[in-house]
Design a protein around this ligand. Structure first.
Ligand SMILES: [Zn+2]
Length: 376
C-alpha cells in the first residue's frame, strides 16, 4: 500500500473550515504541514478571507513558548488569519477530517535570522555572508534547529517530522530577485561558492582553510573572468583529498543533527529531505544515504522524469531505508503526474508527497487525485 500525502501551509487551513475536507477529497491520507518555514508569497484560491499571503520573513507556525529558547529563536507570523497556534489549529482540523499530519520543518533557511546574526550564516571563500543560510556547524544554529524539533514534539502528537534544509544552503537561492544567471556559473563553480568557511566550519575542517579559500577564489575567478570551466566536480577543482574532508565535515554535522533530532522525536519518524550526493548543498541536503539513519528519505523528483526515475532506483541500491518521492504538481505538465508517480513507485518509492495542496489549480488538483487513485 503506497502512502500518498500532500504539502500544505497552515494558512491554507486556519480560518477555512472547508479546507481539510477538500484535502481529504484528494484521496491522500497525510498532510505535510508547514511548522517552520521561510518567507514566501502564496496564493490561497479558496480561503474565505484572503487570496494572496505574503509571509515576508521566516517564521514558526507552532506555538512559541518564549521560556524555551536561548539565543536564536524563530519569529511568529504576522500574516494570514491571526492564531497563536496555527499548526495546532490546522492539524486538529486535519485530524477531524481523518487525515494524518506530519510536521514540515525548514531548519537553516531564515534570512531574517541570518541578517540579525551574520556571524551564524554561511560564509563563502570570499568571506561573503549568505544571510539566507544559517550554518548548521555553528553551535547556536544546531541548538536552534533542535529546539524547533523539541518544541514540536513536546506540544503535538504528530507521528512524523519532515526535515528540510537540515544542513547547508549554498549559493543557490531561488529568490525572485536573483541576478546571477548571466554569469553562466557552472554547477562546479556554484558548488565551490557553496562551501562554507565560517569560523565553525574552518575549525572543524582538517585543512589549511586559508589556502583552500585562495584556491577556490582562483578557480571561480578564472571561470567568471576568463570563461575557464571550474571542473567536473569538487575533487577535480580543489583535489580529492580536500573534497573528501569537506564531505566528512558535512556528514558529521548533518548526521549529528539528524541523530539528535531522532532522539528528541521520541518514537516519531524523522524523514529527511536529501540528495544522495555529498557535493550538493540546498534544502534537500547532500549526504550519502548509507551514512545517515532516518525513518525515510524524501527525494525530490521535480526535474526531468528519466533523471528522477534513475535517481530513485540508484537510491534503492544505496540504502534499505524507505524512500518517499516528492513530486511537483505545479510543473509544466500536470496531466503526466499519474504516469510519473506510477514509475517512481515501480522504481522503489514506497510513499509519495505532492507539492502542493494549497498552491495547485483545479487542473493540478485533478492530477493529484488521479495519481492517488491510479497508484495504490
Ligand atoms: Zn559554516
Amino acid at each position: 500500500m503506497v502512502r500518498h500525502g500532500a504539502f500544505a501551509y497552515t494558512w491554507d487551513l486556519v480560518g477555512d473550515p472547508a479546507a481539510a475536507a477538500r484535502f481529504a477529497d484528494l484521496g491522500i491520507d497525510t498532510v505535510t504541514l508547514q511548522a517552520a518555514y521561510h518567507s514566501v508569497r502564496a496564493t490561497t484560491a479558496w480561503h474565505p478571507s484572503h487570496r494572496v499571503v505574503h509571509a515576508d520573513h521566516a517564521a514558526a507556525y507552532f506555538r512559541l513558548r518564549p521560556e524555551r529558547w536561548r539565543g536564536l529563536r524563530p519569529l511568529a507570523p504576522t500574516w494570514g488569519v491571526d492564531d497563536e497556534d496555527r499548526f495546532g489549529t490546522a492539524s486538529a482540523a486535519l485530524a477531524a477530517a481523518g487525515l494524518r499530519t506530519e510536521a514540515w520543518v525548514v531548519l537553516t533557511h531564515s534570512s531574517v535570522l541570518g541578517r540579525s546574526e551574520p556571524s551564524l550564516a554561511v560564509r563563502n571563500a570570499y568571506d561573503e555572508v549568505f544571510s539566507y543560510a544559517l550554518c548548521p556547524a555553528q553551535p547556536a544554529v544546531h541548538d536552534y534547529a533542535l529546539t524547533i524539533v523539541q518544541e514540536i514534539c513536546e506540544q503535538y502528537d504528530v507521528p512524523a517530522l519532515v526535515l528540510e534544509a537540515c544542513g547547508w544552503l549554498g549559493f543557490e537561492h531561488a529568490s525572485q530577485h536573483e541576478k546571477t544567471s548571466g554569469a553562466d556559473l557552472s554547477a562546479c563553480a556554484r558548488d565551490l561558492l557553496s562551501i562554507c568557511l565560517c569560523p565553525a566550519c574552518a575549525a572543524s575542517l582538517a585543512l589549511d582553510v586559508g589556502e583552500l579559500a585562495a584556491d577556490i577564489r582562483a578557480v571561480v575567478d578564472r571561470e567568471l573572468q576568463e570563461g575557464t570551466h571550474a571542473g567536473a566536480g569538487l575533487a577535480d577543482a580543489i583535489g580529492a583529498e580536500r573534497a573528501l574532508e569537506i564531505y566528512r565535515h558535512r556528514r558529521s554535522v548533518i548526521g549529528g543533527l539528524v541523530r539528535e533530532a531522532g532522539g528528541l522525536a521520541d518514537g516519531r519518524d524523522v524523514l529527511l529531505m536529501a540528495t544522495d550526493d555529498p557535493q550538493v548543498t540546498g534544502p534537500d541536503v547532500g549526504v550519502e544515504l548509507n551514512g545517515v539513519e532516518v525513518a525515510a528519505f524524501v527525494l525530490k523528483c521535480w526535474d526531468d522524469e528519466e533523471a528522477a526515475i534513475s535517481r530513485m532506483k540508484a537510491a534503492g541500491t544505496r540504502t534499505g531505508v524507505p524512500l518517499v518521492a516528492n513530486v511537483n504538481a505545479l510543473g509544466e505538465r500536470p496531466s503526466e503526474l499519474p504516469g510519473l508517480v506510477a514509475r517512481l513507485v515501480a522504481a522503489g518509492a514506497s510513499e509519495v508527497r505532492y507539492y502542493h495542496a494549497g498552491l495547485a489549480s483545479p487542473a493540478r488538483l485533478a492530477a493529484i487525485r488521479a495519481a492517488v487513485q491510479e497508484v495504490s
